[in-house]
Design a protein around this ligand. Structure first.
Ligand code: ASC
Length: 134
């Protein structure tokens, strides 16, 4: 049986938050330099992002999840649910970019990681610009 709509919203948000946390770890180490670079940590973060990005998170945008349900609020624009093919394409782009980031993270080449990280960020933003309300 499908997960309750409330649970779908909470679970997809957990996935996005967990990716964002891991993006932040990479940003701190290879973009900002506010945390010392640690290849193992960046690799783990990139692998986690790639795993979530390729986990089929689109299955959590099921019927009944297009609006707030009591205290469970969604930031998904209603138009997302009318454009699932485009959304799947944007999500696929993120998965591909995240796989590249994971490959680069495994090499430890910070300049390559930086470029691959920026490409992943673009794929996050591409979907937000079209389908995220805030
Ligand atoms: C992140 C994060 C996002 C994206 C976006 C990219 O790390 O939390 O929502 O990258 O800022 O532009």
């Amino acid at each position: 049986a499908a997960m309750d709509p409330e649970k779908q919203i909470e679970t997809r948000q957990a996935g996005f938050s967990y990716m964002a946390w891991n993006m932040g770890k990479i940003k701190a180490q290879v973009i900002d330099g506010s945390v010392e670079y640690n290849q193992q940590q960046v690799e783990a973060a990139a692998n986690t992002i790639a795993a979530i990005a390729n986990s089929g998170i689109g299955a959590l945008f099921g019927p009944g999840t297009e609006k707030d349900i009591g205290d469970v609020r969604t930031s998904a624009d209603p138009s997302l649910f009318e454009n699932m093919q485009d959304v799947a394409q944007l999500a696929g782009n993120m998965g591909t970019a995240a796989n590249t980031l994971a490959e680069k993270a495994a090499t430890g080449d910070q300049s390559e990681i930086r470029m691959a990280f920026a490409e992943v960020g673009k794929t996050c933003k591409a979907c937000h610009d079209k389908y995220k309300m805030d």
